[in-house]
Ligand binder design. Structure first.
Ligand code: C5P
Length: 224
């Protein structure tokens, strides 16, 4: 840690993975554990920040000294992050947000019909929270960071995603079936909108979190 260099700052971190309900008992979800987001929240609190952690379906214990908001779906996460971001110095979107949700929600459990094939599942787009926040910052000088999990060509896809999202920093991870999701360790490259590229070697998610806060702190208005 770098001491209480985030004292007086309010930071918002999203963590976990959204669940998009189909009916009262089923959802479309993903394998995000929330570990990276919780590590970001813990390290920011240790560096003196006031932290709002918006957590989607993570089983992890509440980190001490953090304001924890539980959400389920992408739309709930959108609402909670938007509210918390209003007075935030930085927002880090570490949550795995579903790009799509079922087009309709069945108020009762969907039943299989004898001898019939299932209906195709219609999906609609969820709001892109990171892109929306980046384009429309509620506070001047707010620093916005996102994560991208890529399976191939990670740097090229990461650069393109950074530009498409309009955020200041994008943490790019290479993922595979056993890599990153649920793991204790992580390896990443942090791309900056200013062209910077910071490699973070394989190591604990806390170490990546510290680097992300270092890069964010450098970008606060009036720094450097
Ligand atoms: O486009 P993709 O899902 O790969 O982008 C990942 C980044 O965008 C993550 O930071 C994630 O939290 C954010 N995201 C979002 N809203 C979405 C989808 C992704 O904020 N609907």
């Amino acid at each position: 840690g770098a001491g209480p260099d985030l004292a007086g700052r309010h930071v918002v971190v999203s963590a976990g993975g959204t669940r998009e309900p189909l009916d009262p008992v089923r959802f479309l979800g993903n394998r995000s554990s929330g570990k990276q987001g919780y590590a970001l929240a813990r390290t920011a609190a240790a560096r003196g920040a006031r932290v709002t952690l918006v957590s989607a379906n993570s089983a992890l214990p509440k980190p001490a000294g953090v304001d924890l908001v539980h959400v389920g779906s992408a739309r709930e996460l959108h609402e909670a992050v938007t509210e918390a971001a209003a007075d935030a110095d930085a927002v880090v979107m570490a949550a795995a947000v579903a790009d799509f949700r079922p087009a309709s929600y069945a108020g009762g459990k969907i039943k299989k019909k004898d001898g019939q094939d299932p209906e195709p599942l219609a999906l609609v787009r969820n709001p892109d929270i990171l892109a929306g926040l980046s384009a429309d910052r509620p506070r001047a000088g707010q620093v916005v960071a996102g994560f991208a999990a890529e399976t191939d060509d990670v740097l090229a896809h990461g650069r393109a995603k950074l530009a498409a999202k309009g955020c200041d920093l994008l943490v790019v991870n290479e993922v595979g079936e056993s890599k990153t999701f649920g793991a204790e360790e992580n390896e990443a490259v942090v791309l900056g909108a200013d062209g910077s590229e910071t490699a973070v070697p394989h190591g604990p998610k806390e170490a990546l979190a510290e680097t992300v806060w270092d890069l964010i702190a450098q970008r606060f208005p009036g720094q450097g």
